[in-house]
Design a protein around this ligand. Structure first.
Ligand SMILES: *[C@@H]1O[C@H](CO)[C@@H](O)[C@H](O)[C@H]1NC(C)=O
Ligand SMILES: *[C@@H]1O[C@H](CO)[C@@H](O)[C@H](O)[C@H]1NC(C)=O
Ligand SMILES: *[C@@H]1O[C@H](CO)[C@@H](O)[C@H](O)[C@H]1NC(C)=O
Ligand SMILES: *[C@@H]1O[C@H](CO)[C@@H](O)[C@H](O)[C@H]1NC(C)=O
Ligand SMILES: *[C@@H]1O[C@H](CO)[C@@H](O)[C@H](O)[C@H]1NC(C)=O
Ligand SMILES: CC(=O)N[C@H]1CO[C@H](CO)[C@@H](O)[C@@H]1O
Length: 417
């Protein structure tokens, strides 16, 4: 197990008067508008393809995707989740609001997702679990180009190549409050971040990956490198991270960094003694831990989080709320208990269907609420919001600047940390 609550960003951007993707959206991708001026699509079944499926929802751009289905298909007990065969490709201007699903929420299992060119996309509260039958050499989430995307409260696991990678001309992207874990052996990688644009990684838990937690290099990229070399120049803030060694961890917090890598480092903690107690201490800027990287005196002026947590606060937050945490599934529950073992449990896996993971688990389907006009907002909620349960008005934009359906989705989850 290796834990990184990474706070690192690169390139320059500032949003003066724009609307946040949702309350609590931060960093380079904070301004993603998603499908705010588009249409709504209600996912009504867990089929891989066909009308009402997630894949069908994502077959055109400009859609806000909500879920009137969740958990385990009662009539098909062997299908506990949305099981996909081919990779899912997300079009531009998409908003996916996983927190709208009833019961235990949505797990998508069987292959990975591409967000290449998904400009202006927002995705929240979803479990994306690739698995060994997914496309060989592919990531659980991969982005090869495109800009302005925000990934919030995702649980991403079981990548065959990397688990969550961004490369090419990817720019203005935020990954926040997410779990990136259990990259499958033999590669077992958190992710490669190698872009020419800006990326913010705020309050994420990297766990049970052999390496690349993350590996950042090239272009304007930078950050922790756990293997490989850096080709281009990288300019990075690395602040407030907690690195916790797992039972089998043999490397140090930073590795193979070189002089192409420029880091402003501050307040990073390291607990390498695997003694079951969270008792790490600050890594001095002069520490050999940082290797050959060029230590900068001043912080880069990248979009910063509203509040910079201390490393112990970040661990606390990870325990309480990273990942698709509205309802935690058995996989995330296990990963969080490994985190809380502070160095005594954790493992690399090669096959998610084998013990101890035994597949994606089962999820409570919950009860689908009545939605007379089919606009994605349940009648009972519409009555409270003062909208019309008999008229499809969920995409109307209110005084706040958000659509009615965004306001409902935003109200279901905490807006700050
Ligand atoms: C990134 O965001 C900044 C600030 O909004 C903007 O100036 C820049 O053009 C964006 N870059 C890309 C590639 O979208
Ligand atoms: C979903 O798949 C089931 C079989 O698994 C099928 O009976 C049903 O018709 C499908 N639904 C749609 C809308 O295609
Ligand atoms: C996404 O933005 C890039 C510029 O960063 C542009 O080249 C590309 O055409 C855009 N793609 C879509 C699907 O809008
Ligand atoms: C980005 O990664 C994809 C998938 O691994 C690869 O096909 C592509 O060549 C890469 N692009 C760059 C610019 O490295
Ligand atoms: C790592 O340590 C754990 C103890 O939690 C052990 O069960 C596991 O098999 C070890 N090996 C690997 C490769 O993860
Ligand atoms: C870089 C790193 O610490 N990787 C670790 C990922 O987790 C596994 C399982 O705990 C360890 O074996 C790796 O050393």
């Amino acid at each position: 197990m290796k834990l990184f609550l990474v706070l690192l960003s690169f390139a320059l951007a500032e949003c003066a008067s724009c609307l946040a993707a949702f309350p609590g959206a931060e960093g380079f991708g904070a301004e993603a508008a998603g499908a705010r001026t588009g249409t709504v699509y209600v996912v009504t079944n867990k089929n891989d393809t066909g009308a009402g499926s997630l894949r069908d929802a994502l077959s055109a751009k400009g859609r806000t995707v909500v879920f009137a289905v969740g958990g385990r298909e009662i009539s098909v007990p062997k299908k506990p989740v949305i099981q996909i065969k081919d990779r899912i490709v997300v079009p531009a201007h998409t908003t996916i609001l996983g927190q709208t699903a009833p019961g235990g929420g949505i797990t998508v299992y069987g292959n990975g997702w591409s967000f290449s060119n998904s400009n202006n996309t927002i995705i929240r509260y979803l479990r994306i679990r690739m698995g060994k039958s997914g496309s060989s050499g592919k990531d659980a989430i991969g982005i090869a180009d495109g800009n302005t995307m925000i990934f919030d409260h995702l649980s991403v696991s079981w990548g065959r190549d990397e688990t969550f990678s961004i490369n090419g001309s990817g720019a203005n992207i935020t990954i926040q409050n997410s779990i990136i874990g259990q990259g499958l052996e033999t590669h077992s990688c958190g992710g490669l971040i190698q872009t020419s644009g800006g990326v913010s990684l705020f309050r994420n838990l990297y766990i049970d990956n052999q390496t690349r937690n993350p590996k950042v290099k090239g272009g304007g990229g930078g950050g922790y490198i756990a293997g490989g070399d850096s080709e281009g120049q990288s300019y990075v803030n690395i602040m407030g991270n907690y690195f916790i060694s797992g039972p089998n961890t043999s490397i140090t917090a930073f590795s193979r960094s070189n002089a192409n890598f420029h880091g402003y480092v501050s307040g990073n903690y390291y607990d390498s003694d695997k003694n079951g107690i969270l008792d790490g201490s600050a890594i001095a800027a002069t520490s050999s831990n940082y290797g050959e990287m060029v230590i900068m005196d001043t912080q880069y002026t990248y979009p910063a989080p509203t509040k910079l947590l201390t490393p112990p606060q970040a661990v606390d937050l990870a325990i309480k709320s990273v990942g698709a945490s509205l309802v935690r599934d058995s996989i995330d529950t296990r990963l969080i208990s490994e985190l809380q073992s502070y160095g005594t449990t954790g493992e690399l896996i090669t096959d998610e269907t084998a013990s101890p993971m035994s597949g994606p688990g089962t999820i409570d389907p919950g009860t689908v609420a009545l939605d007379t006009d089919g606009d994605g907002i349940p009648d009972s909620v519409e009555v409270k919001m003062g909208t019309d349960p008999n008229v499809a008005d969920s995409m109307n934009i209110g005084a706040s600047g958000y659509t009615n359906i965004e306001m409902w989705a935003n109200s279901l989850v905490p807006s700050s940390y």
